[in-house]
Ligand binder design. Structure first.
Ligand code: NDP
Length: 246
């Protein structure tokens, strides 16, 4: 198995941590960004106890210049990024008629513009080396929309438009670009939703439970594998059957 350098943005979060574990388990050198140094250090120590050394660089994915510097630092410490998982994301939920411009832009900047900010500094290297795997972590709500999430649904739907365009531009360079659209997964993001609302969500999931972060990470490991070279521009919907549209 080839050992490659994988950058997972938001690697310290619920789904991100599972992706870091899976990619490290596949023998890759894994890097991630962080914002809060103290929080990152606690997480790094937890990973180290599991035998996973993660290359960690400070950087806010909503800031293009910070991302360019972050990629430069990661590449100088760990080698060229061959696998990129655009995973960092936030929600700022409210109905659109009450939504502030700040709630709109924070979500679009962190979920969608971050794809530009982080992918742009790595794509030229991937094209030159003629190999790359790029995965966007989108959402079921980018496919079906969601009451109270016009900002998030717009950003997550935009990530898939980004995926399918980038997939076309880079197919001849050995680079695959795909999206994973998780349904509701038991991470801090979802556990912050009031319990009664969560119960209603769970009732809409045919499999009858929230997803596990590992179930998303497993799909990312598949999409970033050496063998998955003929799958590009796809969207893997992993949602317990909650949304079965195309
Ligand atoms: P978490 O809140 O657990 O983790 C989010 C991660 O993103 C954290 O590491 C966080 O870092 C990082 N992050 C957020 N904003 C920024 C920023 N501006 N710059 C750098 N890093 C940032 O979320 P999940 O693990 O649940 O979500 C991961 C992805 O999966 C997101 O894109 C989310 O939208 C998507 N998703 C999640 C679903 C779910 O049910 N959980 C469902 C569908 C999609 P920090 O600690 O500094 O905040």
């Amino acid at each position: 198995m080839a050992q490659r350098t994988a950058l997972v943005t938001g690697g310290t979060g619920g789904i991100g941590t599972a992706i870091v574990r899976y990619l490290a388990g596949h023998g890759h050198r894994v890097a991630t960004n962080f914002r809060d140094a103290a929080k990152a250090e606690t997480w790094r120590q937890q990973m180290a106890r599991e035998g996973i050394e993660v290359c960690m660089v400070q950087g806010d994915v909503s800031d293009p210049e910070a991302c360019a510097a972050m990629v430069r630092a990661i590449e100088s410490q760990c080698g060229p990024v061959d696998i990129l998982v655009n995973n960092a994301g936030i929600t700022r939920d409210t109905t659109f008629h009450k939504m502030s411009y700040q709630q709109w832009t924070e979500v679009v900047n962190t979920n969608l513009n971050a794809c530009f900010n982080v992918t742009r500094p790595v794509i030229e290297g991937m094209r030159a080396r003629k190999w790359g795997r790029i995965v966007q972590i989108s959402s079921i709500n980018g496919q079906k929309g969601q009451y109270g999430q016009a900002n998030y649904a717009a950003a997550k739907a935009g990530m898939h438009g980004f995926t399918i365009s980038l997939a076309q531009e880079n197919a001849k360079f050995g680079i695959t670009v795909n999206t994973v659209s998780p349904g509701y997964v038991a991470t801090d993001m979802v556990m912050a939703v009031p319990e009664d609302v969560r119960a209603k969500i769970e009732a809409q999931i045919p499999i009858g439970r929230l997803g596990k972060p590992e179930e998303i990470a497993h799909a990312v490991a598949f999409l970033t594998g050496e063998e998955t070279g003929w799958m590009t521009g796809a969207n893997l919907a992993i949602n317990g059957g909650q949304y079965m549209g195309w």
